[in-house]
Each structure stands twice: as C-alpha cells, then as structure tokens.
Design a protein around this ligand. Structure first.
Ligand SMILES: Nc1ncnc2c1ncn2[C@@H]1O[C@H](COP(=O)(O)OP(=O)(O)OP(=O)(O)O)[C@@H](O)[C@H]1O
Length: 232
C-alpha cells in the first residue's frame, strides 16, 4: 500500500499538500486541471522533489529518507529517454546494467521483457526506426525489467493517437496485474482509463481533492469538482 499523508512541498508560486492512499497492486489514475500538481505529486514520490513535511510510506517502508535511486520505484515519462544510438534491446538492457555487459541469463531477461511488450522482432532496431507507440513499449519493457514494485507513469502516452493510447493503457494494466505492481499514472484523458484504473485521484490546487473509483466520483452525488472538471 502507498500511503501519502500531509506531504507538503512548496515552489515560489505553488504550494502543495497531498493525502492519498493507494492499495497494493492497484492502478491509480491521477487526473485534474493543468498546473494542479499532478507531476509534482509523482516527483515527490520519486524523490525528485524534497517535501518539507509529511509521510510517504510504501508497503510499510518510509521512502522519505531514501535517495531516488534507492526507492522501490520505476518511472515512465512521456519523453521516454531512449538512447538514439542503442538498439531496442540495448535500451532495455540498460534497465539491468548501465555497462550493458550482460551475461546469458540477463540477455534472456531482456528478450523476455521485449516479448512481453510484443517487440521481439524489433529488438535490433534503433529508436528512430520505431513508431512512437513502439518506443514507449521499449521504455515500458525497460521499466518492467527493473523489477520495482511501484511504477510511476507521467502522461506516458500523451503523444499517441487516442486508439493507441487506450491500447497502451490496457497493456500497462495487464502488465501491472501480472507483475503485481502498484501504479500511478497521470492522464489528461481520464475517461480513457475509466474501465482500467481501480481508482482516480483528482488533483487540483496542490491537493488530492477527491479520490475513488470512476463510477463513484462521476455519479450525480459523487465529486462536484470532478464532475465540473469533466464537464458532466
Ligand atoms: N521546478 C519547479 N519550480 C517552480 N515551480 C514549479 C516547478 N515544477 C512545477 N512548478 C509549478 O507547480 C505547479 C504544478 O505543476 P505540475 O507540473 O505539478 O502540474 P500538473 O498538474 O502536472 O500540470 P500539467 O497537467 O499541465 O502537466 C505549476 O504551477 C507549476 O508552474
């Protein structure tokens, strides 16, 4: 379980204080208006930003004292950060060893991760020879290979067409289930995750203003701010 309580951060023009609980193994879609603090929340969990106060625990472990690299977290951004001079397989292999000196077992794990995202036959292509969706699948394979139990996805598929975006959300959903991951994903198109996310966190004005399953938040007697945001 991910437990966030009174987690406070401040930028010169923005103050945030988050409360959110995500059950272990759940997919939480983080939605809300632009500038509301969705990315800041993910950055605080990842350790890229230092909260001034509050509590951040994952499966009973206090994450706040840990450096970003020591946290049990893998991250997928819209800008997938693939190296242009390396093949898909090498980019995935970086998730295991930055030196890329992989032994036979590690090479097998890379091949298995590529197979999980249906990219086996693209293993030796470079990013420029792949579509946007395929590049994001390479990044997803690399993130999976790291074997971290908490996955943060910051608008990872925003640049893809709506159909492909839905396909990728479904793929993330299937993979996090089979790997038993807890996942938080920011989204600008919340309805696309209505069928997949276990819960939605509506972030606005630096706060989680509402959290819960889609049907409950969007019901007539659900969250007024969510309904206004969605134009319901
Ligand atoms: N490094 C920073 N320094 C100062 N202010 C920042 C920094 N990062 C974000 N902010 C401010 O914090 C606020 C929240 O930004 P954040 O990126 O978390 O919003 P968001 O909900 O993810 O928005 P979007 O949907 O547009 O991506 C914004 O007002 C932004 O300008």
């Amino acid at each position: 379980m991910l437990e966030i309580a009174r987690l406070a951060l401040r930028y010169p023009d923005f103050a945030a204080c988050y409360d959110l609980t995500v059950p272990a193994g759940a997919l939480c879609a983080v939605i809300g208006p632009s500038g509301g603090g969705k990315t800041t929340l993910l950055h605080a969990i990842a350790g890229f930003e230092r909260p001034s106060a509050g509590r951040l625990h994952f499966n009973g472990q206090d994450l706040l004292p840990l450096a970003p690299a020591a946290r049990p977290i893998s991250i997928l951004f819209q800008d997938h950060n693939l190296f242009p001079h390396l093949t898909a397989a090498e980019n995935v292999g970086l998730g295991l060893k930055p030196s890329l000196r992989l032994d036979a077992g590690e090479r097998e794990r890379v091949a298995a991760a590529l197979a999980e995202v249906n990219l086996t036959e693209f293993a030796s292509r470079r990013p420029a020879e792949l579509s946007g969706g395929q590049r994001q699948r390479v990044a997803l394979a690399r993130a999976l290979l790291r074997g971290k139990p908490l996955m943060l996805l910051d608008e990872p598929f925003g640049a893809l067409d709506p159909g492909l975006r839905r396909e990728m959300i479904a793929r993330v959903d299937a993979l996090r289930r089979s790997h038993g991951l807890t996942a938080l994903m920011t989204l600008h198109t919340p309805e696309e995750a209505a069928d997949t996310a276990d819960l939605f966190a509506f972030v606005a004005n630096g706060r989680v203003e509402a959290a819960g399953p889609w049907d409950r938040l969007t019901a007539k007697d659900g969250s007024e701010s969510v309904r206004r945001f969605l134009g319901l």
